[in-house]
Design a protein around this ligand. Structure first.
Ligand code: NAP
Length: 554
């Protein structure tokens, strides 16, 4: 790949951080307004999540006919997904196709990590600096750096002494890994662990799974794309996208439930859960009744149904009990979808190790040791231990503003010390002209992510267009609006069962991270209506102006 940096325009209308699904759509959409844009991507290829997460079994847990861009009907008609759920290579291929089809690559600079972003208040410019020292000045900055993009390896002692190889799910080697004949340890049983464990088990000589918290997983029922289903879906694609926008998860095709789980007799309820279990997919299961995510007693019925499935699948009763989650209601942590996950524990070469009762203490030269003194000999360790979610990517960049007229100096890491603060998940008070895509306060991670990406980027594009049409060049969220939004996000979460789980939604997987509920769980439909009404009403909660006016106030 030729080094484009010395050809790059140093002065842009919009600098975009990230070349994944969000950054790429932002290029397309903002270019359409006649703006000069450029995305800066740390990876050596585009695709973000789908570029980095190449572990065995990596695939999306939202069906591909839904998990795809909707902005071009021609694109959604012509692209063919080979399976119900896209694999990582298929999704990456799709993203590359989109980049070529819409000529996006010329505005993506690869191998370029942004290390700082400083708003020069007097000049009204964002000044971004790359790790190699290149400087980019831009009127607006769009942070499209992802929300599960900062891989995290727990701070175990001794990792440097380990003589075998170790991997993180989110930094997987491009050439793949052959575990044949090896003694492998997988640490972590979130979505990544649940997807990779069955496949690593098929290769490894022996697999030890180190589980701290059991997660609920449902069968994906993946398979080749059904041609008739694809034809029907494509015939109604536009209507389906419109219908999806009117749902909490931004996914069409699931009838809204009308009854509480407690209004239904046990036998009928279990039949309903069985039908959803056979159908596969998490939305469908959680949509069985109206109140599974808000009423603990209702949720217990759905949780117990899955626990019983686990008990019926896993032959060793002790292993089955360990795998049956008891510390959080189903759906309050990201619900996993799997292919043969629980069945894998019936293999002779797979052992589940409970590191809740006996935590991992040290990585040794030849494996690992628990606090209770159990030792495990391993040739390879796989960390499926997740990410510094929602805030990690932005906090890795030194985001600040200079001192200046009309805007006071601010440092994002300080502003977010007690937890992230945003207005609508889109802007941060004190940081003018910087937009965030699917960050904290956005419904993104609780929805079909690409729908939220498109909605946010459209909102941002409309906002910049609005400013330009009014001769304005500065927009900033007010501290009051930001505070009110954060309170609303937490109030909505508190009206549900979500806060009962120690999940990355509240930063619980990162020791010391402030416990704040980060995603907006009020639903995509509600968020879309609200954020668009705010724009239509003259951007309530934002201060719009010109930087000349700000200077005049000096
Ligand atoms: P995750 O859900 O955060 O899971 C991390 C796992 O590592 C948890 O089981 C966690 O246990 C464990 N862990 C962390 N630190 C540990 C320690 N010190 N000792 C023992 N265990 C430890 O991460 P993930 O599986 O990578 O998934 C993150 C998110 O990415 C998902 O929720 C999903 O939104 C997305 N994702 C989606 C897909 C998909 O579409 N199919 C696939 C992968 C990821 P605790 O629970 O006890 O903290």
């Amino acid at each position: 790949m030729p080094d484009a940096s010395h050809h790059a325009p140093r002065s842009l209308d919009v600098a975009i951080v990230g070349g994944g699904l969000a950054g790429l759509y932002a290029i397309h959409r903002l270019r359409g307004l006649g703006l000069t844009v450029r995305a800066y991507e740390a990876g050596s290829g585009i695709g973000g999540t789908w570029f980095w997460n190449r572990y065995p079994g990596a695939r999306c847990d939202v069906e591909s006919l839904e998990y795809s861009y909707s902005f071009s009907d021609a694109l959604q008609q012509e692209w063919q997904w080979p399976e119900r759920y896209g694999t990582q290579p298929e999704i990456l291929k799709y993203i590359n196709h989109v980049a070529d089809r819409f000529d996006l690559r010329r505005d993506v600079q690869l191998n370029t990590r942004i290390v700082s972003a400083v708003f020069d208040t007097r000049a009204n410019r964002w000044v971004l600096r790359t790790r190699d020292g290149e400087e980019i000045r831009a009127r607006y900055c769009v942070m499209a750096a992802g929300n599960l993009s900062t891989p995290r390896v727990p701070d175990f002692k001794g990792l440097n002494d380990f003589k075998g190889r170790w991997y993180h799910s989110g930094l997987w080697p491009h050439e793949g890994v052959d575990f044949s004949g090896q003694r492998v340890g997988v640490i972590g049983t979130g979505s990544s662990g649940v997807q990779m464990i069955p496949l690593i088990a098929e290769q490894a000589k022996h697999l030890h799974v180190f589980q701290r918290t059991a997660n609920f997983s449902l069968p994906a029922r993946n398979g080749p794309m059904d041609a008739e289903r694809e034809r029907r879906h494509k015939a109604e694609y536009r209507q389906r996208r419109i219908a999806a926008a009117d749902t909490p998860f931004a996914i069409a095709g699931h009838a809204r439930p009308t009854r509480s789980a407690l209004e239904v007799a046990e036998e009928e309820r279990n039949q309903a859960y069985e039908a959803k279990w056979q159908e596969g997919g998490s939305i469908s299961y959680l949509y069985s009744y109206t109140d599974l995510l808000v009423n603990k007693e209702s949720n217990d019925t759905a949780s117990e149904f899955v626990r019983n499935k686990i008990r019926a699948t896993v032959k060793d009763p002790r292993t089955a009990e360990l795998l049956a989650p008891k510390d959080h209601p189903i759906g309050t942590k990201r619900l996993c979808l799997d292919t043969n996950y629980y069945e894998t524990y019936n293999r002779d070469n797979v052992t589940l190790v409970d590191v809740r009762s006996d935590p991992i203490d040290t990585i040794t030269a030849t494996g690992l040791r628990t606090k209770g003194g159990q030792t495990f000999e391993l040739d390879a360790i796989v960390f499926a231990t997740g990410f510094d979610a929602m805030t990690g990517a932005l906090n890795e960049i030194d985001v600040r503003t200079t001192d200046g007229p009309g805007g006071k100096s601010a440092v994002l890491r300080d502003h977010w010390e007690g937890g992230p603060l945003t207005y609508l998940g889109l802007m941060v008070s004190g940081f003018p002209n910087m937009f965030i895509v699917t960050g904290p306060g956005s419904p993104g991670v609780k929805t079909q992510m690409i729908a939220s990406i498109e909605q946010h980027v459209d909102w941002i594009a409309n906002c910049i267009d609005h400013l330009q049409s009014k001769g304005l060049d500065r927009i900033e969220a007010t501290p009051q609006a930001e505070q009110a939004w954060v309170e609303h996000v937490n109030a909505v979460a508190d009206s549900t069962l979500y806060p009962l789980a120690n999940s990355w939604y509240v930063g619980a997987n990162i020791p010391g991270k402030p416990r704040v509920f980060m995603p907006y769980v009020g639903g995509y439909d509600r968020y879309k209506r609200h954020s668009e009404a705010i724009a239509a009403n003259g951007y309530e909660g934002f201060t719009l102006g010109t930087h000349e006016r700000a200077e005049a106030a000096d």
